[in-house]
Design a protein around this ligand. Structure first.
Ligand code: MLT
Length: 405
């Protein structure tokens, strides 16, 4: 008997689990104090009313012998896939067929399990800093090599530094890379990519036979009309990219769970269709997402749903603007927060990010995310989320101003 030895290489806790552990300790030590959470990107506004109504209707259907539904399609109900094609893609000039959309329980699972489509010795390129779920997924299935901090991290990964000098936009890989995780608007830095920038990646991937794994979880937060919302807005992306999207941050689905993955039929590698492979894999691994939740997701696109979603996005982006402004007043150098719900900030004078995290937790009762938790290039930074309640966010910034003045 052997276990998956790759687990030995993993850090003991997933980043947000480690933070939750520290926060729980703090709460035990400070029972009377009010903690303000600007750490994990979890939403605080309830699901839109249109979504709630649609789900209640779906619950009624499921309880009615005439309208009850058992297993649905593993790929998701046609009503939702067709709506996504029309509203998220056709409306932006992208033509996809509904069976190129795969409904899922969200990006976190799909962006990890997508690796099952690819050979074990592929080289994975990953941004530094990065959303840690990609990295842990690569490590668990043995694609990351060994963890050697002295050698700069995981031995098999190709790291792409995202630093102030490159505006947090990674350069194209200098050596071999077969799979590249990209996320724009970016988690954690908040950087949002232009079409020209993404076009370089698409040209490179088609030329080198690589595949781009594009995380578009935060596209609804793009305010600048010139910026692309999808990798498929770039010519020729259908032959080199897979896109992941989520209802979590857009419509308050962090607890409901629903997202989708787009794999164009034109995406072939080694004579095989990645679309066909993913479909085959899904039929073996999943029975799809609940009917009730998919009816809720469909309602996100109704006139009422779109209006309510926009209200939440505006609310969160107003939080982001307040966070940026107040952090600058308190002496932070600040990035992001304009086309993304994350603010990436460092002190003017260099400061260790876990120390800064502890300082804010212990002195102000504020939870943030230390930049170093996203990778070595995140050292010195903190990530703050705009998903908090407005009053609590303002209160947190007030506490912070007192600390630094
Ligand atoms: C984050 O805080 O980075 C996100 O909430 C994590 C996630 O979406 O899984």
């Amino acid at each position: 008997m052997r276990v998956n030895e790759n687990f030995r290489e993993l850090p003991e806790n997933y980043l947000f689990a480690e933070i939750a552990r520290k926060v729980a300790d703090w709460e035990v030590r400070h029972p009377a104090e009010r903690l303000i959470r600007l750490g994990i990107g979890d939403v605080t506004r309830p699901i839109p009313c249109a979504v709630k109504t649609a789900m209640l209707r779906a619950v009624e259907e499921m309880g009615d012998p005439q309208r009850f539904r058992g297993y649905g399609s593993e790929q998701g109900y046609s009503f939702l896939r067709e709506t996504i094609c029309r509203k998220d893609y056709l409306a932006r000039g992208i033509s996809l067929s509904e069976d190129e959309i795969f409904i899922s329980d969200g990006i976190k699972s799909d962006c990890g399990t997508i690796l099952e489509l690819f050979g074990k010795d592929n080289i994975i390129a990953i941004c530094n800093p990065v959303y840690p779920a990609y990295l842990d997924a690569a490590a668990i299935c043995g694609r990351a090599g060994e963890y050697n901090p002295a050698a700069g991290g995981w031995t098999k990964l190709h790291y792409l530094p995202c630093v102030e000098e490159n505006g947090f936009f990674p350069s194209l890989p200098t050596g071999r890379a077969d799979l590249v995780y990209l996320c724009f608007p970016n988690n954690p830095t908040g950087a949002a990519a232009t079409k020209d920038y993404l076009a370089q990646w698409v040209e490179w991937a088609n030329r080198t036979d690589a595949v781009l794994l594009f995380d578009g979880a935060y596209e609804r937060f793009i305010a600048d009309p010139a910026l692309p919302h999808s990798i498929f807005e770039i010519d020729d992306a259908k032959t080199c990219a897979i896109e992941f999207r989520s209802f979590s941050k857009t419509a308050g689905f962090t607890g409901l769970r629903c997202g989708y993955t787009v794999i164009p039929k034109a995406l072939q590698r080694c004579g095989m269709s990645l679309h066909g492979m993913w479909k085959r894999r899904l039929s073996a691994r999943s029975n799809g997402v609940s009917y009730i939740v998919q009816r809720g997701a469909e309602a996100v696109y109704s006139d009422e749903g779109e209006k309510q979603v926009q209200e939440s996005i505006d609310y969160y982006m107003e939080n982001a603007a307040v966070i940026c402004r107040e952090l600058r007043k308190s002496g932070f150098v600040v990035y992001g927060g304009k086309n993304a719900p994350y603010v990436w900030a460092r002190r003017g004078e260099a400061m260790d990010s876990w120390r800064l995290f502890e300082l804010l937790l212990n002195e102000c009762g504020i939870v943030t995310t230390p930049g170093a938790g996203f990778g070595t290039q995140g050292e010195g930074y903190l990530r703050l989320t705009a998903f908090g309640d407005r009053k609590a966010t303002a209160q947190a910034l007030g506490r912070l101003e007192k600390l630094f003045h």
